[in-house]
Ligand binder design. Sequence first.
Ligand code: SF4
Length: 389
Amino acid sequence: MDQGLKREIEAKVYAGERLERSDGEALYACDDLAWLGRLAHHRRTELNGERVMFNVNRHLNLTNVCSASCAYCSFQRKPGEKDAYTMRIEEAVRKAREMEDEQLTELHIVNGLHPTLPWRYYPKVLRELKAALPNVSLKAFTATEVQWFEKISGLSADEILDELIDAGLESLTGGGAEIFDWEVRQHIVDHACHWEDWSRIHRLAHSKGLRTPATMLYGHIEEPRHRVDHVMRLRELQDETGGFAVFIPLRYQHDFHDAQDGKIRNRIQARTTMAAPAESLKTFAVSRLMFDNVSHVKCFWVMHGLSVAQLSLNFGADDLDGSVVEYKITHDADEYGTPATMGREDLLTLIWDAGFQPVERNTRYQVVREYDQPTPLAQRRSEPQQVWA
Ligand code: SF4
């Protein structure tokens, strides 16, 4: 990058001025990773100090049966396929209850677009989960699913959200966003929820007092300019509603195995490689700098591995999700040896080892508990250091 432009962008960041689209594209073209990290860390520290938030959650995927066949997706199955499944409501409650003793604070629920499950199944699941675990927040359904519910129920998103909120919904999930630019989206997304509907549904959720996450799937066939465009759209919507609690860059995953039937469902992996760790760190940094009006940037460690997750905390991220447990969407694709679950103690050690102060949060980003500051590295050198996979 031209030194003059570097100085110009740096001056804007330190003055708290908003970066433009062209600045974002220039930042992606810059390979000075240490400099990018410094700028992003400055912004992250201004907003969140040395704190790293995490939550104790469990992911539940009620069904992997889906009417769509998104090109990047390794999770979906068609009705009748050998490992297609749909949970009975009692099974969902039993799974949720398995973590009761660990002071779970959130259930994160996303699903395929099941062709025949009736709409009434979904609020019923929420009601039963809430009855079984009244202190646990329900973060459920992507905007894509809400649009699907409109189709199968004949109700409007307004009516659907009202019923889901009445059943216990506290937040939508941030998925279904992928990359909004149609140039890319038309090749990777097979369902009917695009920017117009995705933004309509999140805007509506915000107007009803829900705070929602927003995601971006990167590292496939998109170019950096598409990532910048994606964040610019979200930033504009955030200016309007202020309802996004967090931004989550999600690293696209190849499908390396399918133990059950040997099929590779991912249809774009022959055309692309996955983002290398340096590209991921750059994406965290540029996202933090461009999405200046969102309070938190989250690293979903399952998609990055634990070492990159620790590094991301110096590249703009300040939130780690979470204890997770059985995240089928990525674990149906990857073979990276990331654990299926991280308990509260594991997360605390991970954050302390990275040199930050852990803060447990709930779904609404309210503080549940602040933990001790990390032991300074200089005092830890005499002890063997944990190596995170
Ligand atoms: S990404 Fe979601 S909507 Fe698309 S095929 Fe997979 S489960 Fe279905």
